[in-house]
Ligand binder design. Structure first.
Ligand code: GLN
Length: 187
């Protein structure tokens, strides 16, 4: 199984290591021609969504990636990746792929509480070590979106068809269950 990790900015190496530890092959998406390879799933890592969104357009990768997601290719998106997928952002005029019918608030915990650790329950997985870094949260979801986790009344993990999106960083923990869930979804 081959997973393509968006590698234009942010925490992509940690995803690659985790996926490889689970036996998956990874490739990096750095330029348009990388999208011509065969792969079975996409990871959109954390980082800075504004920068990633801008680079996707500048590198002319945006349309082809959006099309793959819309056609049903499995996606695992973390933090900035969640922002890239969101159909709506409550505190930003920009939209990126807009394939996930949720409304997301960027930097939702403010500067003081921007980064924290929380052991929270994930539906189907149990308690999971969640690392939040200047994290967004999901303010609302449209019908069809399955809520996988909430922290303090705010949604931090969802699944919608082929898309899994998280406000936190599973690749920065040593718990591989979310990446395994993603690989199982592809099988
Ligand atoms: N604050 C970042 C953004 O708005 C996301 C942070 C992250 O990916 N850890 O894009």
């Amino acid at each position: 199984m081959k997973i393509a990790v968006l590698a234009v900015q942010g925490a992509f190496i940690e995803h690659e290591k985790m996926l490889e530890s689970l036996g998956a092959e990874t490739i990096e998406l750095r330029q348009k021609s990388d999208l011509e390879q065969d792969f079975d799933g996409i990871v959109l890592p954390g980082g800075e969504s504004t920068v990633q969104g801008k680079l996707l357009k500048e590198l002319d990768m945006y349309d082809a990636l959006k099309e793959k997601i819309e056609q049903g290719m499995p996606v695992l998106a973390t933090c900035a990746g969640l922002i890239l997928l969101a159909e709506e952002l409550s505190n930003d005029d920009k939209r990126h792929f807009a394939t996930l019918p949720v409304c997301v608030k960027r930097n939702a915990y403010g500067r003081q509480l921007g980064s924290f650790h929380y052991d929270g329950e994930i539906k189907g997985l149990g308690v999971y070590p969640m690392e939040f870094i200047r994290a967004p949260y999901i303010e609302s979801v449209k019908p069809g979106v399955e809520v996988l986790a909430e922290v303090d009344g705010h949604i931090v993990a969802v699944k919608y068809q082929n898309q899994i999106a998280l406000a936190f960083h599973p690749e920065l923990s040593d718990d591989t269950r979310i990446h395994q869930m993603f690989l199982d979804m592809i099988k």
